[in-house]
Write a protein that binds this ligand. Structure first.
Ligand SMILES: [Zn+2]
Length: 570
């Protein structure tokens, strides 16, 4: 082993490398010559993409105490092959800065595995069979709770009906959340429990969808979902903690080194603190507290920046509108396939005081906004807050407020992202899912304002990439591929789908490394491979920067390193 992998010239076939587990690359160096520079580990003999424009590529990186102490070529790296340094010969692999998912729902990722998971189901028929089998395992009166269905690609191309659900579940409530989290389909038992009938009015920011005779169809959109969801027995703290731990393990396996949670209760932050104190938090987390009663008070109490950058909360998540699939996203003109233009969820009189207070207290705001109206109104209110609270009255002058999804933006509002220095937090996988039905909902002419990654980057807007898992799978390869190709995983794109809005490989890399670090005020400590920064790396089996887009999905995450520690290896 030592002769093959040690300090001498490496003579090893690529075939052997791929059959060895990456962990076996680790060896202890032994040369203690006078030129030795002490390090904890050295990655060498590889291609390193740094996301740092002054030195975009390197062959070796040395780490000490969780920080990068050297980036350069193999020859210069020789002096680190000594003492107790662990040596990682990464021949044939490709090293990137630690990938960051700028928009996820951590606990939801865990519950995807713990509840009925309907993600990846290919037809309405398959979904109904899956739910029926699961439902048979639930006692009468018990809840059948699932999530992740999406009808976009189903041959039936429609939502399930209440009759279809009632057929096998007359004695228990069924609640199935659509993948986008903006609609649920429920059975009659659940409607009855919630007291929803033909006389029920739409709640503010939601819709109880009814048929031609005025009877509820079981489809509840946005805030109407709460009428049923609030009845679902609460999960215990222990269950929540288990879900969080599952999500952490799942994410490091995919190659993520930081998760930015886009809206969770403060209690999740406390659970994550527990997990951290028990030594089980081996991924970085930035958590935004979901809007709700007293959110500002909770936030001020909870505002916490971890000096080790593992677990911080510094912001609040607000919601402007819903999603396009369930026609809850707010547009300035009507949907093409239905007589509605969606609706705003938030109200100005309640939101402005929060924005003003947040600006004074240095609390970062992120707002879910999908439709062009939701984006416009969010920018309007951000602008009003910025105008109201002058820089001298702000705890943080440069507030870096974000808009999540930022899916449909009028050209003049794209400019305002730049002028107001608002960060666009976008999910490439949403675009390649929505391309199957966006034209039907929005019409061809509006597609030019949809998912405008390229236009925003050209305006010098910071675009940060995320997966929105569990809404999407949460796989960095899918996001990267979608960003650079703008076609779905089969290479498909519809008519008028503006492929020119795709991004370069270099930009895609920065969307998932450098720029999301900026979005959480951590650009000085991570996001690129540079001396002095945290040693977070994601190591793939293929060169994501040069292989054809259709090969990206065949790449594998081989190793995830956080603070110099190998937290996952294949
Ligand atoms: Zn989300």
């Amino acid at each position: 082993m030592e002769q093959s992998f040690g300090l001498k010239k490496i003579m090893i076939s690529k075939k052997l490398i791929t059959t060895l587990s990456v962990a076996s690359f680790i060896l202890i160096g032994c040369d203690t010559s006078s030129s030795c520079i002490e390090s904890d580990s050295l990655i060498y003999n590889t291609t390193i993409y740094t996301a740092n424009d002054t030195l975009p590529q390197a062959q070796a990186v040395a780490v000490k105490d969780g920080n990068i102490i050297f980036v350069g070529n193999d020859k210069e790296a020789e002096v680190y092959k000594c003492g107790n340094a662990k040596l990682f010969n990464m021949e044939g692999l490709f090293v990137y800065p630690g990938f960051i998912d700028a928009h996820v729902h951590i606990k939801g990722i865990g519950y995807r595995d713990l509840n009925l998971n309907l993600q990846g189901i290919n037809s309405l028929k398959e979904m109904l069979t899956t739910v029926e089998i699961y439902s048979n395992s639930v006692e009468p009166g018990g809840w059948v709770v699932g999530r992740g269905w999406i009808e976009k690609n189903w041959p039936e191309a429609r939502f399930p009906t209440i009759e279809e659900l009632d057929r096998f579940s007359p004695d228990k409530p069924v609640v199935l959340e659509r993948a986008d989290g903006h609609a649920v389909i429920v059975n009659s038992y659940a409607l009855n429990l919630a007291g929803i009938n033909s006389k029920t009015q739409d709640p503010l920011g939601g819709a109880v969808i009814k048929d031609k005779s005025g009877n509820p169809t079981g489809l509840l959109v946005d805030k109407a979902s709460l009428m049923v969801e609030k009845l679902i027995p609460k999960k215990s703290k222990a269950q929540d903690k288990r879900a969080l731990k599952i999500a952490i393990a799942n994410s490091i396996e995919y190659g993520w080194t930081q998760l930015q949670d886009a809206g969770s209760p403060y209690s999740d932050f406390e659970l994550l603190k527990e997990i951290k104190s028990e030594g089980d938090l081996n991924i970085r987390v930035q958590l935004y507290i979901s809007d709700g009663p007293n959110v500002l008070k909770k936030m001020v109490k909870g505002f916490e920046i971890d000096p080790e950058y593992f677990l911080s909360t510094r912001g609040i998540k607000l919601y402007a509108d819903g999603a396009i699939g369930s026609r809850g996203a707010a547009f300035l003109s009507s949907y093409k396939d239905f007589d509605t233009s969606g609706f705003l969820i938030f109200e100005k009189n309640k939101t402005m005081p929060k924005l003003i207070e947040a600006l004074k207290k240095g609390i970062q705001i992120q707002t879910h906004a999908i439709g062009d109206k939701a984006n416009k109104v969010t920018l309007d209110w951000y602008q009003e807050a910025f105008d109201t609270v002058e820089e001298k009255d702000r705890l943080i002058k440069d507030p870096r407020w974000r808009i999540e999804h930022a899916q449909n933006i009028l050209p003049k509002d794209q400019q305002r992202y730049r002028e107001l220095e608002v960060i666009a937090s976008m999910q490439p996988s949403h675009a390649i899912g929505d391309l199957h039905f966006a034209e039907k909902r929005l019409g061809l002419s509006r597609l030019k304002n949809a998912y405008v990654w390229r236009s925003l980057l050209d305006l010098d807007v910071k675009v940060v990439g995320g997966s929105d898992a569990p809404v999407e799978i949460g796989d960095p390869r899918i996001e990267f591929k979608a960003a650079v190709s703008r076609t779905d995983l089969d290479g498909f794109h519809g008519e008028g789908w503006h492929l020119e809005e795709s991004v370069t490989r270099d930009e895609a890399l920065k969307m998932f490394t450098k720029w999301p670090s900026y979005a959480v005020f951590e650009e000085d400590v991570k996001g690129t491979i540079e001396v002095g920064k945290l040693a977070d790396f994601t190591i793939f089996s293929k060169d994501l920067m040069t292989i054809p887009a259709e090969e990206i999905m065949s790449s594998k995450n081989m190793m995830t390193i956080v603070s110099g520690e190998v937290v996952y290896s294949r």
